[in-house]
Design a protein around this ligand. Sequence first.
Ligand code: PLP
Length: 378
Amino acid sequence: MIPLSEPNIEESAWMNIQDCLSTGWVSSAGSYVDKFEQLVARYCNCRHAVATVNGTSALHIALLLSNVRQGEYVITSNVTFVATANAIKYTGADPIFIDIDRETWQMNLDLLEAFLKNNTVQKNGRLYHKNGRAISVIIPVHVLGNICDMDRLKSICDEFKVQLVEDAAESLGSKYNGVHAGTLGSIGCLSFNGNKIITTGGGGMILTNDEELAVRAKHLTTQAKSDPLTYFHDEIGYNYRMVNILAALGVSQMESLDKFIDTKRKINNYYTDKLSQINDITFQKIGSDVETNYWLYTILSKQQCELSAYLQMNEISCRPLWTPMNRLPMFKKDIYINDRDCSYSIHSKSLSLPSSSSISTTELDSVINRIHQFYSNR
Ligand SMILES: *Cc1c(COP(=O)(O)O)cnc(C)c1O
């Protein structure tokens, strides 16, 4: 089976992890956590980074740092991994889902702006839905490494007095007008899950340029311990810190990040070059201000179901984008803003293809040949 997106681990990982094991620094203290945070912060040109156990916990803490309270609303994209919506629910807030743009597959900013204009009021510098509930944060999700029109989104956030938290879980290394994904809002969240562009097995990170937020992020992710000697905790905290062994893996992965992005760009160009003759296949549009990290190559096909079955029968992994949030049972009652439900049409046509940074040209060719075979048999 050719995998979809596989980890690619360097030799140096063994040495770093061995170092943790032999010195006994395996847990939530140790130099690799600091080193990994510094490497990611420096790479993204961001002042502070706080490592967490996964991307979901990073999103949860980011919302707490933004003072999201029970009964409020947080706006996000209807096409995302479930973690974004779950993190909103963990705070006691409810999501408002916005449909995606049919070309970029990111949050549709026309729909967002129309919704805010027609359904909200501002009082004492805060935004409220007409039903009286506060709207505190907007979370754009940089789906597949692409990024929406952030200049426009930022001015919407300024106009409507709402905070901007980025779900940059898939977009480490992507840039908007030269600025790194995850550093475009007040807080950004990364993931180092096994399928992401770099991995620590499981892991995440909170990015911010605000020192106060960074200090608070560290506090909340370490059980809010204010005195390590007497075990005095000054509020309800979380056990969300990344452990040293995993950070050691992260440190070695950072050596390869630029190489991985370069390889992913080549994979993208190779596929597009060989598949663009097929009429039924179309591609995600990347914004002109965006340099994407090309994390996971994804096509649209009207025959997605049949093509997917055919590829899998031939030992090639592939899968559609996630089931849209409004179709999941636990979010059925939440607000979904759309006019044509593009979320569903993209979901039902999308197919991600094998895009591991370790994929060989032979493997790429066999995916491409199978796709051509599929269409020539129709
Ligand atoms: C992977 C991912 C997350 C969550 O990350 P985990 O590390 O798996 O908790 C959140 N949002 C999006 C869009 C993701 O792709």
